[in-house]
Design a protein. Structure first.
Lengths: 120, 120
DNA sequence: ATTATTGTATTAACCGCTTGGTACAATAAT
DNA sequence: ATTATTGTACCAAGCGGTTAATACAATAAT
């Protein structure tokens, strides 16, 4: 899964989101050890400082914790991960629907578009 | 309709999008005169330079044109506006669906969520 | 004719993000 | 014991976006 970082938004924010999706979708399992800051930075083609900043945010929010010198680990609180999943999904819906309506599409048109696009 | 500008992305980009939505949804009709740069900037609580930059982009793409001292006008090319609408809607879909799937939701779950959320 | 308004251009300053470079303490690996 | 790896911290430089302040020419409004 590429990182798909663009220059429109702060990179560290995009990394936070990317890793949140990785946690929710199970790319990193609960309790699993993460690659080192330097390795993650290399994979993402980003400066280690930038990766560090993203990881600090995720740590501050409790999605991971660092063990000084042995590495960094995903939380084992599966309930918290489930909540994150719900929160991210809801956020997507709440961005998507109002924008589609603001474009002048009716609820039916939106539903049809989604239904159509989801098949292929 | 508030402008809802956040600090995550360049303001001028968000203004471009906001005005595109206004054009597509008919807030500004084809051929209609826009408020002055300074007025728009005041309404959006933004520096005139920033508003000017957004308007220049929209002008470069042909969605409006300025008449030196009499003001700035929305294009009368309704076909172009329709295309913009389609393009924006498609872009929303193409962002929304992959993200929902990446969260681990099945196509059915996504459809149900949309269907559910659209009713209320 | 005079005044106000229009779009436009320019410059300096500030701020946040990013990078590159360096460094350190703690501990795992050898 | 020595070495490598870990997270972490710091600083300087560069860059893009934003603001503020001015200015100008063209023309609409008076």
């Amino acid at each position: 899964m590429p990182w798909n970082l663009d220059s429109d938004r702060p990179i560290f924010v995009q990394i936070v989101e990317h890793l949140q999706y990785d946690i929710v979708s199970g790319v990193y399992a609960p309790g699993q050890k993460l690659p080192s800051v330097r390795d993650l930075a290399a994979v993402a083609s980003v400066n280690p400082n930038t990766m560090q900043r993203a990881l600090s945010e995720l740590e501050r929010d409790g999605y991971m914790h660092s063990e000084r010198t042995s590495g960094r680990f995903i939380t084992e609180d599966t309930h918290m991960i489930d909540e994150l999943k719900t929160r991210l999904a809801t956020a997507q819906i709440n961005e998507f629907l109002p924008r589609m309506e603001r474009l002048g599409l009716t609820k039916e048109e939106i539903l049809n578009l989604v239904e159509q696009s989801i098949k292929e």
